[in-house]
Design a protein around this ligand. Structure first.
Ligand SMILES: [Zn+2]
Length: 152
């Protein structure tokens, strides 16, 4: 199997998914074990993008929270959530087919989120307020001092 074969599979998943009405026209394949497609509408889960679904499936199969030494093939450039998930999963390389702009052209526009991330918290669209920091920070301190933690 080549990069082209894996990307064709991701694109095929995006097509099947769209035609079956499970969600938007997006598919992803993780090479080390996992396939995913967008299930946002069918699973009532706004986080069920193709890449996140593929990461969950791959991690379940390899029984590990790290996908180090894996490659993801996604039918579209990842949105900010999926890009973050790819980093959290420690995937080594990303191949994509459609661009963000091409997704925006069919009403899947994630530019709002890309614009929100670098803004100061008090300038973001969703009102965000810090409360009970000292109480929450006590838990962080306990974690920091915990000797048997599993780092990830
Ligand atoms: Zn996404």
């Amino acid at each position: 199997m080549t990069h082209i074969d894996f990307m064709r599979r991701a694109i095929e998943l995006s097509r099947q998914n769209m035609r079956q009405g499970a969600g938007g026209p997006f598919g992803a394949v993780i090479v080390r074990n996992g396939e995913g497609w967008n299930k946002v509408t069918s699973s009532h889960d706004p986080t069920a993008h193709a890449e996140v679904t593929a990461i969950r499936e791959a991690c379940r199969q390899v029984k590990d929270f790290s996908l180090k030494d894996s490659i993801i093939y996604t039918s579209c450039e990842p949105c900010p959530m999926c890009l973050a998930a790819i980093y959290w999963a420690r995937i080594d390389r990303i191949y994509y087919a459609n661009t963000r702009q091409q997704a925006a052209d069919i009403q899947f526009d994630d530019s709002l989120i890309y614009d929100e991330i670098p803004k100061p918290i008090d300038r973001r669209l969703i009102p965000t307020e810090q409360i009970l920091n000292a109480e929450a920070l006590a838990v962080f301190k306990e974690w920091d001092e915990k000797s048997d933690k599993i780092r990830y």
